[in-house]
Design a binder for this molecule. Structure first.
Ligand SMILES: [Fe+2]
Ligand SMILES: [Fe+2]
Length: 377
């Protein structure tokens, strides 16, 4: 027996009925709310419960349990191949049968994903306050031109680094929640990098620098990769890995505090992007050692596709040299040139180290690193 008094079904009485049915499977309901005789049969019909008149009220018997065919969408750890019928359900939720299927076929995991996401969320910085935008810029105009050219080049590379992973993110199964969150914050990182490099370029100049066809050809080839692991190797491990060296180079040779700081903050974020790429590939290679062959083939394929292009544009190379030289004195230019040569060596060392951490032999790592795009990304 359930006595509702004058509590209407539209005032919360349905909770009492649901609770009684869940406990006992049947209940006799009485009440004085004026619309109860209309609301209650409609409510029962909509839920598949049987209802019949009873002395002074209604006898309700619970209908078939709608959660009978429900299933748990994984648990603490993600399921390797989650079905489309789990749709957008939270990992670990009880999913009612018949929910719409969503085409989110991509499975991407990294054992470090949760840790890297927490780190990324904690490390977000505000472009408005983190950069000394008002700091003095007192270097010669030609050095400023070099800074603007480098920033222009960085912006287009950052744009690829934002758009390439986001295309995968849009197809990622929500079961891989931590990877989804990490890629979302990573996209926000790249958005900030684009903002601060653009603002830095425009501090003293109305126009940006040059964008070359060969630089764009290199970045465009990243959009051709349809396997996440391959894209992660080319973009995150090799590309963003090389960019780590580049950003620290810009930091070390920056002619003003603002340039120094945008490079430093971007480099800190990039280190996480590289770490995620490595962590994902390590996970994937452990499950499927044959992937290593596909990764090597992808580097070779991209090298062949870009062989006819010029690689790094001369303007960027010269701008880096001038940045490191700091002026036109021949001795300074020689130092600048040596610094750019050391930068390419540093990038190559980094790529070989990361490839060997993924299980490539020293010879393979050296060969594959040398095939990496001359555009750096
Ligand atoms: Fe970036
Ligand atoms: Fe990045």
């Amino acid at each position: 027996m359930l006595e509702l008094g004058d509590l209407g079904l539209d005032e919360g009485a349905h909770l009492l009925i649901k609770r009684a049915l869940a406990r006992d499977g049947a209940v006799t309901v009485t009440g004085t709310a004026p619309s109860l005789a209309i609301d209650l049969p409609a409510w029962c019909r909509a839920r598949g419960h049987r209802i019949a008149p009873a002395p002074a009220g209604f006898a309700i018997t619970a209908g078939p349990d709608r959660w009978r065919h429900a299933e748990r969408a994984g648990g603490d750890a993600p399921v390797a191949r989650p079905p489309a019928r789990w749709g957008l359900a939270a990992r670990g939720a009880l999913v009612e049968a018949g929910a719409p299927e969503l085409d989110l076929p991509l499975a991407v995991w990294a054992d470090d994903a949760a840790r890297l996401y927490a780190q990324a969320a904690a490390a977000q910085w505000d472009p408005a306050t983190a950069i000394p935008w008002g700091a003095a810029i007192d270097h010669p105009a030609e050095i400023e031109d070099a800074v603007v050219q480098i920033m222009t080049y960085l912006i287009e590379n950052e744009t690829a680094a934002l758009l390439v992973p986001v295309r995968f993110l849009g197809r990622l199964h929500p079961q891989f929640r931590e990877v989804m969150q990490l890629l979302a914050v990573q996209a926000a990182d790249e958005a900030r990098h684009i903002e601060v490099f653009t603002r830095r370029a425009r501090l003293r100049r109305a126009e940006l620098g040059l964008s070359t066809a060969s630089g764009q050809a290199s970045l465009a080839s990243l959009f051709d990769e349809h396997e996440f692991a391959v894209a992660a190797l080319l973009l995150a491990v090799l590309g963003e890995g090389s960019f780590l060296s580049l950003l620290w180079f810009v930091h070390d040779h920056a002619p003003d505090p603002c340039t120094r700081e945008v490079a430093r903050l971007a480099a800190q974020d990039e280190a996480r992007h590289v770490a995620f790429g490595l962590s994902h590939l390590a996970h994937q290679l452990a499950a499927e050692p044959a992937l290593r062959g596909r990764l090597a083939a992808a580097i070779q394929r991209r090298h062949a596709a870009l062989a006819h292009t010029a690689g790094l544009n001369e303007e960027v190379f010269d701008a880096l040299l001038l940045l490191a030289a700091g002026g036109w004195d021949p001795a300074a230019l020689r130092r600048g040139h040596a610094a750019v040569v050391a930068l390419s060596r540093d990038m190559d060392d980094g790529r070989r180290l990361r490839l060997s951490r993924l299980g490539f032999s020293a010879d393979d790592a050296a060969r594959l690193s040398s095939l990496h795009t001359r555009n750096f990304m």
